[in-house]
Structure formats: structure tokens, C-alpha cells
Design a protein around this ligand. Structure first.
Ligand code: KG4
Ligand code: ZN
Length: 338
């Protein structure tokens, strides 16, 4: 029997819904992005995000069902992102999914957003199976996670301060690019000299696989301010390239060290920053040298989307994960605590 899961995502600034068939086949994937509206403010405004989710969610879910050519009776379960994320934004998705599950008498499946990002690789790579190591780098999170099974995770490294995507966005802002800046840094970096500016790689004491991005971000801000004070013109393409090279080295070197230490021969990358060409190339290069197989999500599944929730929802469904009408949204929740 085939299993169809409707996945709903509203943890940040994308209202998204998708229908998966037996987990890895995506029948529809609808994303209503609010990015143009938040751009005006230089970042996501939580209250605006919640309001737009409330306005768009019904239409997005309807479109996902229509595109998948199915109605609610054909759906076996309703999966929804309940954590982590912006609380008001999450509440729209969870409340909507609860109402829908009750009205249609369908099981409700609570999905962790990071588990969803990890699942994005299952959609594109039918041969990828746990166990493996996954680097998750997004606007809100940076972590190295052992994917022990489809539904069990152990986080072995995390950021002490900023997430990787946050550092990309702040660096982009300093260089005058609009929010979200990661993609602009990526484009500018292609035109610049990555060795022109020497930027620090911070030492993180305590845990070998933890990251720290605040020092790197501050170094870029200081360089830009000093140049401004002296009336010098910065080579912004080269600063973007130098920043990207350093950030990629930080993310990739810790992941490769962790793979070596924990004996993993398979590494995946997920989250918004997995779209970064510098991170993708360096991961392929460093893992290739060591005989480690790398899985990267297609660019359209790197950022937030409903397909990853519909896919992870399938595995959570098989695992018996269910929520009742008391399901609440949770702003901060480790992948290990689900
Ligand atoms: O996963 P995501 O869509 O949302 C969160 O769960 O946070 O990640 C968004 C982040 C933003 O910080 C954005 O600038 C970054 O991913 N990003 C990139 C690229 N594309 C998106 N960062 C670097 N290079 C890119 N090409
Ligand atoms: Zn995300």
C-alpha cells in the first residue's frame, strides 16, 4: 500500500506545503515566499511572517493537494513543522494542521524542522540511507549530526554563537547586499580573489566539532568600517570570496574531522547554506580525497520547503510518531530531544 503524506512548513518566512508518496517521491511542492516583503526591513519581521502565513496557508495547502491530484481523503497523514523556529510563525502551521487533521480524521505527525532539512537529501538521492553524518547549515542553525536512523539523531557539534547563514547574511549587509544575503555573497565571491583578505578561523575550546562564526563576522565588519574611515574602497567581491572561503573551510574541516573520528564514509549537507557553491565544492573536494561519499540537496530543496517535511513526515509516520490536539509549537528544541 502506498502512503501519501501532506507536509506543512511555516517556521520562518516561507509558507509551504507538499504531498509525498512513500516518502521520497514528491507529488507537489508549493512555496509562498515572503522574502520580498521582509527585504525592506533587512531581515524577517516575526509578526509580519505570522500574518502572511495566516493569509496564505489555506491557499498553499489547497494548491499542494491540487497539484498532487488528491483530496484530503487520499492523504494518510498530516505532517507539520512544530519546532524550532519563530513561535508565531510555527503556531500558524501547527494550528492549521491540527484543525485539518481533526476535521479530516487523519493522523497528525509533528516534524522537527532540522530533521526535515536532513530529509531533503532523501528526495534527490534514492540510495541515501542512514547511518551517515550530516552538516546542517541554515539561517538559524549550524550543526554536525549523526543520522543514526531516519528518526534518531545525535548532535556532535553545534554553533556557539551565530548560525552560518546568519554570518553570510550579516556579511552581505555590510557589503550592501539585500536580505537574505547568502546568495549575493555566493555570486560576488565568483568574481573575487579568495586570498586577498586574511580572515580569522576561531579556535573553539571545549568541544572539537563546535563552530563559532561571530569572530569571522566581526572581522568582516571591522575591515569594512576601517576602509570607510580611511576613505579607501574595498574590493567587495574579494572580501565576499575571502569570507566564503573561510566559512566553507570552517564548516567542511569540522565535518570531515568528525566523519574521520566517528568512522563515517557517507556525509550529507543540508539547510539553506548547503546551496553555497564554495561549501559544495570544498565538501566534494575534501571528502573525495578521503574516499567519503557526499550527498548534496538540489538547489531548490536547500531552503525551507514543504517537500522535506512531507518526506520526513513519512518516516516519522512509519515510526509511529503522532500528535494529538494538544500539540504546541516550540521555538527552541534540539534534534536530540524529539
Ligand atoms: O534553511 P533556510 O532556508 O532557513 C532556515 O531554516 O534558517 O536558510 C536560510 C539561510 C539564509 O541565511 C541564506 O542567506 C542562506 O541560507 N543561503 C545561502 C545561500 N543560499 C541561501 N548562504 C550562502 N550561500 C548561498 N548560496
Ligand atoms: Zn530551515
Amino acid at each position: 500500500m502506498s502512503v501519501k503524506i501532506l507536509g506543512i512548513e511555516s517556521s520562518c518566512d516561507e509558507t509551504a506545503a507538499s504531498v509525498s508518496l512513500d516518502g521520497r517521491t514528491i507529488l507537489s511542492n508549493i512555496v509562498a515566499s515572503q522574502v520580498e516583503e521582509h527585504k525592506k526591513f533587512g531581515g524577517v519581521v516575526p509578526e509580519i511572517a505570522s500574518r502572511r502565513h495566516a493569509e496564505n496557508i489555506l491557499e498553499v495547502v489547497r494548491a499542494a493537494l491540487d497539484e498532487a491530484k488528491c483530496g484530503l481523503p487520499d492523504i494518510d497523514g498530516i505532517a507539520v513543522t512544530y519546532a524550532p523556529g519563530l513561535i508565531g510563525a510555527l503556531l500558524v502551521g501547527t494550528s492549521f494542521a491540527k484543525g485539518l487533521a481533526m476535521a479530516a480524521d487523519k493522523p497528525l505527525i509533528p516534524v522537527h524542522h532540522i530533521a526535515g532539512h536532513i530529509a531533503s537529501n532523501y528526495i534527490a538521492h534514492p540510495d541515501l540511507e542512514p547511518p551517515y553524518l550530516c552538516l546542517v547549515a541554515s539561517g538559524g542553525h549550524s550543526q554536525i549530526t549523526e543520522v543514526l536512523s531516519y528518526t534518531k539523531f545525535r548532535v556532535i557539534g553545534r554553533t556557539r554563537d551565530d548560525a552560518a547563514g546568519e554570518a553570510f547574511d550579516k556579511c552581505a549587509r555590510v557589503l550592501g547586499y539585500p536580505y537574505p544575503g547568502g546568495v549575493h555573497i555566493d555570486r560576488a565571491a565568483k568574481k573575487g580573489d579568495p586570498d586577498k583578505y586574511k580572515l580569522p578561523i576561531p579556535k573553539v575550546t571545549g568541544s572539537e566539532y563546535d563552530f563559532s562564526f561571530s569572530g569571522l563576522k566581526t572581522a568582516v565588519i571591522n575591515l569594512a568600517h576601517n576602509a570607510e574611515q580611511k576613505g579607501e574602497t574595498l574590493d567587495s567581491d574579494s572580501l565576499a570570496a575571502s569570507f566564503q572561503k573561510t566559512a566553507a573551510e570552517m564548516l567542511v574541516s569540522k565535518t570531515v574531522e568528525a566523519a574521520k573520528a566517528f568512522g563515517y564514509k557517507t556525509v550529507a549537507v543540508a539547510g539553506g547554506v548547503s546551496a553555497n557553491s564554495g561549501v559544495r565544492e570544498l565538501m566534494l573536494h575534501e571528502c573525495g580525497k578521503r574516499g567519503i561519499k557526499v550527498y548534496l540537496p538540489p538547489l531548490d530543496l536547500c531552503g525551507d520547503n514543504g517537500a522535506m517535511i512531507a518526506c520526513q513526515g513519512y518516516y516519522d509516520f512509519l515510526d509511529g510518531k503522532r500528535a494529538d490536539e494538544s500539540l504546541n509549537a516550540v521555538a527552541t528544541l534540539s534534534l536530540e530531544d524529539i
